[in-house]
Design a protein around this ligand. Structure first.
Ligand SMILES: Nc1ncnc2c1ncn2[C@@H]1O[C@H](COP(=O)(O)OP(=O)(O)O)[C@@H](O)[C@H]1O
Ligand SMILES: [Mg+2]
Length: 298
């Protein structure tokens, strides 16, 4: 169990990246969903003890992470957003090298684990190839293999699916859900679909704040009967934006599909729809942005 309380961070340039983040995260896959600039990577790097917060506390399985980062790192696996690799080094050799850095001193244990992880991530037949020559999907699977070295109890993966094609993403999703069975896995993403497919628990982060946390199905149920849809001409969309709480607009066969949050039918022509996780995400972001514009903190 990971508990994060009152975590804040202001960078030297004045950017207030985390503003009192509070989260409790148990075993399984946890989705941290938020737009670019929300503070996801800042939070992930802080949890990985690569940087310190200004205030706040992180406790993992009873251990004070900020006070004792070295002990924390022993059971931590981390896949950074910009996972760089040495050019020319083979998958096998690089895993072996990282295993040594992680303190796995017994040669036999190390070899067995490297081979098992290559197998688990479907990279055995590519083990002699340079990781720098891998496709995006293979590289991210390698990233999971290196994160799993040393049997970590907490794995942090920062935007791992950005840039993967649908098939690679699917494969990567399967791998993540397999490894998250008995440990805590935190996945950050700006892609709603990642969270919908993988995560029984989630939080929405924007502008350094946790806006909501919970089970996706609970958050979706809260919108039941309140999401209305209309197919409109593009010219009408501006007026809807001014008069109604528009959650999202999406082009569909050249016309615009408008989703609106409203108690009761907003006006003729709107039909109620089953809410989905995108409705949850965009309505929460929108409410937060509106609150910011009118000067009320969300
Ligand atoms: N090292 C840094 N120095 C200064 N500002 C930073 C640094 N890293 C991130 N930021 C700023 O902090 C905010 C949050 O960034 P980040 O944590 O990368 O968000 P996300 O990963 O959700 O896109 C952004 O405004 C970003 O420009
Ligand atoms: Mg990021």
């Amino acid at each position: 169990m990971l508990s994060i309380s009152n975590l804040s961070k202001t960078y030297a340039n004045g950017v207030h990246a985390l503003k009192g983040v509070e989260l409790t995260i148990g075993t399984g896959l946890f989705g941290l969903l938020g737009p670019n600039g929300a503070g996801k990577s800042t939070l992930m790097r802080t949890l990985a003890t690569l940087q310190e917060p200004d205030t706040g506390e992180i406790v993992f399985d009873g251990l004070d992470v900020i006070r004792d980062p070295e002990r924390h790192r022993r059971h931590l696996g981390y896949l950074p957003q910009d996972f760089g690799v040495y050019p020319g080094v083979s998958a096998y050799d690089l895993l072996e090298h990282i295993a040594v850095l992680k303190g796995m001193s017994d040669k036999k244990t190390r070899r067995e684990q490297v081979e098992a992880l290559l197998e688990q991530t479907n990279l055995t037949s590519h083990r002699k190839k340079a990781v720098s020559s891998f496709s995006g999907g293979m590289r991210q699977r390698f990233g999971i293999a290196q994160a799993l070295l040393g049997d970590p109890k907490l794995i942090i993966v920062d935007e791992p699916t950005a840039g993967l094609d649908p098939e690679e993403r699917n494969r990567f999703h399967n791998l993540l859900s397999e490894v998250s069975e008995n440990i805590v896995v935190i996945l950050s993403t700006h892609i709603v679909e990642d969270v919908r497919q993988l995560c029984p628990r989630m939080a929405i982060l924007a502008e350094g704040r946790v806006l909501r946390a919970g089970a996706p199905r609970t958050l979706i149920a809260e919108l039941e009967g309140r999401v209305w849809r209309k197919t409109a001409d593009k010219s009408a969309v501006g007026a809807y934006r001014r008069s109604l709480q528009v959650i999202s607009t999406q082009l569909y066969e050249g016309r615009t599909l408008v989703h609106v949050l409203h108690d009761g039918q907003p006006e003729q022509g709107f039909e109620v729809v089953e809410p989905n996780l995108e409705d949850v995400y965009f309505s929460i972001l929108r409410t937060n942005a509106t609150a910011a514009e009118t000067g009320h903190a969300a």
